[in-house]
Design a protein around this ligand. Structure first.
Ligand code: ADP
Ligand code: MG
Length: 374
């Protein structure tokens, strides 16, 4: 009866998810900031595509279009941006591994999406906070059937070196890296979002401490908030484990080699290498390639267990609307499109869409049947 319908519904839901694939790319356009001229390079935006108006040197057409799983325009709220991410949060509690990345040039809004603006209000909380909040919320909803333990790690990767941002002495020490996440980085148990906010503050401060003479080091390192979830089913004692990595990537802007030397050049090379490695891994996964090149960067090595297989990946790609940024905007969108493999055989995509549609209809009719029973 009822349970069979629920089971069937879940199976169909999973099938729909499978058809959609485990890799998703969402694009987000930052609004103009106060004082900026508002000549925008962003032409048309709809739910799944974006058109950039290009200067003559990019060809006679004057525009280029890109397709993604979702496009958020400059007026999208933090809540709207997060709402499409919510199913991923639920799957962490079901024992899946999830990676969420923020990609884009410095200033395009990565930190805004993940953490929010400097001065936070309830409305402006970013994905990190909302994800944890949801985790706590859902785990409470399930408290009669599951007992969950949630803990967090915060690390930074700078010049291919991994640092623990939650080291208890406040010092930043080097951490060795083998296997699953960063085993010897502090993993701090948390039970409420208040605790999480405090930890994030500590992490942010530790990050700032290491900034030394370099200005805004945060844009030249990857920062990763990892959430481990362990759930024990009360009746059976069976334990499920899931984890989620929330990664604010280093700025993707290309640095002109003739203009920088020394440390800046070294930083830029490390960033280029690791972002390229991430792109290669994700696109190899999307193509279901037999060799996935995880070993080419610290970032992909660390995330290996959470990229590929049953793991789910979401990349938020950020662009700035300014005319000055158009060349970075185009290279960001090209990178993202390669990651999303949207150009891959249109026929296959259409077939999938048909199946997804059919499954959706089935789910809808099951839901209707369910509603009648109640
Ligand atoms: P990044 O982390 O990519 O370098 P930031 O997130 O720091 O970029 O964004 C740069 C500036 O733009 C910040 O002042 C930030 O608050 C603002 N900003 C970014 N995205 C948005 C947005 N969607 N709405 C309002 N302000 C934004
Ligand atoms: Mg940032």
């Amino acid at each position: 009866g009822y349970h069979k319908i629920l089971e069937e519904n879940r199976k169909l839901y999973n099938q729909v998810q499978d058809l959609k694939g485990n890799i998703r790319v969402y694009c987000r356009v930052r609004p103009f900031l106060p004082g900026q001229s508002n000549l925008s390079t962003v032409g048309h935006i709809d739910d799944g595509s974006i058109t950039i108006l290009t200067p003559p040197k990019y060809g006679k057409e004057g525009h280029k279009s890109f397709t993604f799983n979702k496009v958020f325009g400059p007026f999208a709220t933090q809540e709207e941006v997060f709402s499409d991410t919510q199913p991923l949060i639920r799957s962490v509690l079901d024992g899946y591994n999830v990676c969420i990345f923020a990609y884009g040039q410095t200033g395009a809004g990565k930190t805004y999406t993940m953490s929010g603006p400097k001065v936070l209000t309830e409305q402006s909380f970013g994905v990190n906070y909302r994800a944890l909040n949801d985790l706590f919320h859902i785990s409470k909803e399930r408290k009669d059937t599951f007992c969950y333990e949630i803990s967090v790690q915060m690390i930074e990767i700078y010049n291919e070196q991994v640092r623990d941002l939650l080291a208890s002495d406040g010092d930043i020490r080097n951490s060795s890296q083998t296997g699953f996440a960063v085993p010897d980085a502090n993993s701090v148990p948390v039970t409420s979002t208040t605790e999480v906010i405090e930890l994030m503050d500590i992490g942010q401060k530790n990050r700032a401490v290491s900034a030394t003479s370099m200005n805004d080091r945060s844009s030249r390192s990857h920062s990763c908030l990892t959430i481990h979830v362990q759930g024990r089913e009360l009746a059976s004692g069976v334990v499920v484990r899931g984890c989620m990595h929330l990664v604010d990537l280093a700025g993707s802007e290309r640095v002109n080699k003739s203009e920088v030397k020394g440390d800046r050049l070294k930083e830029a090379q490390h960033i280029n290498k690791s972002l390229a490695a991430l792109g290669d891994v994700i696109s190899a996964l999307a193509q279901k390639s037999s060799h996935i090149p995880y070993r080419n960067s610290k970032l992909t090595q660390l995330l290996q267990d959470s990229l590929g297989g049953q793991a789910k990946t979401l990349m938020f790609v950020h662009i700035s609307p300014e005319v000055d940024a158009v060349s970075e905007t185009l290279s960001t969108l090209k990178f993202a499109e390669r990651v999303a493999m949207v150009e891959l055989g249109a026929a296959q995509v259409n077939k999938d869409n048909g199946e997804v549609k059919e499954l959706r209809l089935q789910v809808a009719s099951l839901k209707a049947a369910l509603a009648k029973k109640e």
